[in-house]
Design a protein around this ligand. Structure first.
Ligand SMILES: Nc1nc2c(ncn2[C@@H]2O[C@H](COP(=O)(O)OP(=O)(O)OP(=O)(O)O)[C@@H](O)[C@H]2O)c(=O)[nH]1
Ligand SMILES: [Mg+2]
Length: 373
């Protein structure tokens, strides 16, 4: 294998950073840059030394000899230091590669799903996502596909297709854990959308006034709700009559576009005002949580007459925000996904499962299953 080097920690200041060096000439490169030079290279040992470029000391480091021809250099966490070391390794024959390429190279003979899991885990936004992805390489998806392949001649195609469709349905839910969820806060002007986003953010992100039409451009924040990273987007209040000037028109169009592209709509109604029906038609094919806001202004009798299925909330006092969070987790249906659930977490896997699901012949399904592994 060509000798390659990659910085495997993120760029930025930190106590330490890590550089991975692997390949046929890795030990030779280490011998040229480490002072004192390790007398013998033994996998599993560490070597404390200086990294030198001629007479210049670049850093004091710890070099871990992880396996044959594979070294981890732990240096001090300053991007200028990592850059100097990586350039030095390049001068001594190493090819600089991304950490993703390095990880794939080091994953060796593992199955393709295992290699994909290694990369996906790097970006997973929660520990639940890490566990779900990690399990796919030896249980979940890999195990299911291996079982299909082993029994392919005995299985009938409709049975495999049916399982594929279930996995694709679970994968759509797993996507919320693995990449997060885009939730648009929509509703009529003055219903309290910006007040809600500020309450969720815990600070003022959007301007709040009692003038209808305050928000024109959109504001977004990221919140962790249970295991899901939710991007909440505050939009302009929906009003079919706001077509007077170009800015109003543009803000209405932007709000509708946001709604189209959202995974979830949190639809706010001012509980004191009559329900806003004019825009509801547009939400027909969307996942929507209906919220009655400003409940702090209602009497008990008025509260009792609100639609029972809606979330009763006060964005000003915070009352009901916990119920809204619970409703989000429930509606995304992520709770039932355990590490054993087979799911796709890359487009390649989704495409292959779709191919299997649409296969006309067992042989077509077999080819796609083999590629999956
Ligand atoms: N009492 C009470 N007032 C609220 C609540 N939520 C919002 N308000 C008030 O309602 C008014 C409008 O709030 P905003 O958050 O600006 O409403 P909006 O939906 O963002 O309005 P637009 O940006 O114009 O679409 C402000 O005066 C808020 O203080 C609530 O839960 N209770
Ligand atoms: Mg607003």
């Amino acid at each position: 294998m060509n000798t390659k080097a990659a910085v495997t920690t993120p760029r930025g200041l930190g106590a330490i950073a890590n550089i991975q060096l692997a390949g046929d000439d890795a030990a030779k490169a280490i011998a040229r840059v480490a002072r004192p030079t390790p007398k013998i290279f033994t996998a599993g040992r560490i070597h404390v030394c200086e990294v030198i470029d001629g007479d210049n000391v670049i850093d004091h480091v710890v070099i871990g000899h992880e396996s044959q021809n594979n070294f981890a250099i732990s240096c001090h966490g300053n991007p200028f230091i990592t850059e100097a070391i990586i350039k030095l390794l390049q001068k001594h024959g190493a090819q600089i590669v991304s950490k993703e390429e390095m990880l794939l190279d080091l994953s060796g003979t593992e199955n393709t799903i295992g290699a994909e899991a290694k990369l996906a885990k790097l970006k997973a936004p929660s520990i639940e996502a890490v566990k779900l992805i990690a399990a796919q390489s030896h249980q979940g998806l890999a195990m299911t596909a291996a079982k299909w392949l082993a029994e392919i001649d005995a299985l009938d195609l409709p049975q495999i297709k049916n399982q594929c469709d279930n996995i694709l349905a679970d994968s759509a839910k797993a996507k919320f854990l693995i990449t997060g969820c885009k939730a648009v806060i929509a509703g009529a002007p003055n219903s309290g959308k910006s007040t809600l986003i500020n309450a969720l953010a815990g600070k003022q992100k959007a301007i709040v006034t009692d003038i209808a039409g305050t928000t024109r451009d959109w504001v977004s924040i990221n919140c962790r709700i249970g295991p899901v990273l939710v991007e909440f987007i505050d939009t302009a209040g929906l009003d079919e009559n706001l077509t007077k000037d170009d800015v109003d028109k543009a803000s209405q169009q932007a709000a509708h576009k946001m709604i189209e592209n959202a995974d979830l709509i949190v639809y706010l109604n001012d509980a004191q005002a009559p329900p806003e029906n004019s825009t509801l038609g547009r939400l027909a094919d969307k996942t929507v949580i209906f919220v009655q806001n400003k409940c702090d202004l209602l009497s008990d009798e008025q509260k009792n007459s609100l639609p029972a299925g809606d979330i009763h909330l006060s964005a000003v006092t915070g009352l009901g925000i916990d119920k809204l969070c619970d409703a989000i987790i429930d509606i995304l249906e992520v709770k039932g996904l355990g590490p054993q659930t087979p799911v796709c977490f890359t487009q390649r896997q989704t495409d292959l499962l779709t191919t299997i699901s649409n296969a006309k012949e067992v042989s077509d399904a077999k080819t796609a299953i083999t590629q999956l592994l």
